[in-house]
Design a protein around this ligand. Structure first.
Ligand SMILES: [Zn+2]
Length: 301
């Protein structure tokens, strides 16, 4: 699982900071998460092939999370894309994007498939044989979802010596990997755990931006491999959280601790700060494995 941060600051772009956007590489997918202004340039800078992006997940309709989307959609047309692009985001996103396409008379030459979200409960929005994506309802000034990306449980591993000794037909190997007991060539039932070992633990990634401190997300993000949680402010500016519905670094770390996640990545920093060391030290008072997002930074879990 590889996460590339394309942008991780809130509100306005500066020469060295971009608004929110990131790419999660998981089980051969390239999921684009939020698409702030500057996303295309950062994709280029990070040498991520545009054609590998087939799914875009938009958390909410504040500009710093999706103003790069129309640019990307248009570029795909110029690149003569044919593969469908699936866009998951709040209701209204389709209207915004299609209005721009309509007024510029530049419809895409590839299918643009919108999956508009309205539910306030967590829902499964994407699934294939390897991975699932669920929404994480967040509490922000407008309708907002985080996203939970989960590898499905991996197959059990064959203990090949044990399998051969047990005289099991090759035709049953697939069933064994799926955890079933099988009969061997002599008609004897072989218990699965005697010829296989546990699967490699599956990984998960939770993206939570933007939100006020909200403990109701904890059951959804429990024990994730990595949690990206917004930390717009430091505790000294905590009063701003209530009005803007954002979090401090400390609050993000408390969520990470209570959810017992393995790693916490902080981001969505307010551009009022010039350095981010204080975010790390503030969060580390609550939780050990804290990392700071940075434009261009790659995390591998
Ligand atoms: Zn916002």
């Amino acid at each position: 699982m590889k996460l590339t941060i394309l942008g991780c600051h809130s509100a306005t772009p500066r020469t060295n900071t971009n608004p929110t956007s990131q790419v999660l590489e998981i089980k051969n997918h390239m999921f684009l998460i939020d698409c702030g202004e500057g996303t295309q340039v950062e994709l280029r800078r990070n040498k991520i092939k545009f054609s590998r992006i087939k799914h875009v997940f938009v958390s909410h309709l504040h500009g710093d999370h999706y103003y790069g989307l129309i640019g990307l959609v248009s570029t795909f047309t110029l690149l003569t894309r044919e593969t469908p692009l699936h866009i998951y985001g709040p209701k209204g996103l389709k209207e915004v994007i299609t209005l721009q396409l309509k007024l510029s008379d530049s419809w895409t030459n590839y299918p643009l498939v919108f999956h508009e979200l309205t539910s306030k409960e967590s829902e499964l929005i994407y699934e294939d044989d390897k991975v699932e994506v669920h929404t994480i309802p967040l509490d922000h000034r407008i309708y907002t979802n985080g996203f939970l990306f989960k590898e499905k449980e991996n197959e059990r591993k064959l203990d090949i010596n044990a399998v051969l000794n047990a005289n099991i037909s090759v035709a049953y190997y697939r069933k064994l990997k799926q955890g079933a007991d099988v009969e061997n060539e002599d008609g004897v039932l072989i218990k699965n755990e005697t010829v296989t070992t546990s699967p490699i633990p599956s990984k998960s990634y939770a993206f939570c931006s933007d939100t006020v401190y909200n403990e109701t997300i904890i059951p959804l993000i429990k024990k994730t491999t990595a949690l990206y949680h917004e930390a717009t402010f430091l505790e000294k500016n905590k009063d701003l959280c209530k009005r803007t519905k954002h979090c401090t670094a400390k609050q993000a770390a408390i969520i990470a601790k209570k959810a017992n996640v393995a790693n916490l990545i902080l981001g969505h920093f307010s551009t009022r700060y010039n350095g981010y060391d204080d975010f790390e030290s503030e969060a580390k008072q609550e939780f050990d494995n804290v990392f700071l997002a940075k434009d261009g930074k790659v995390f591998e879990f």
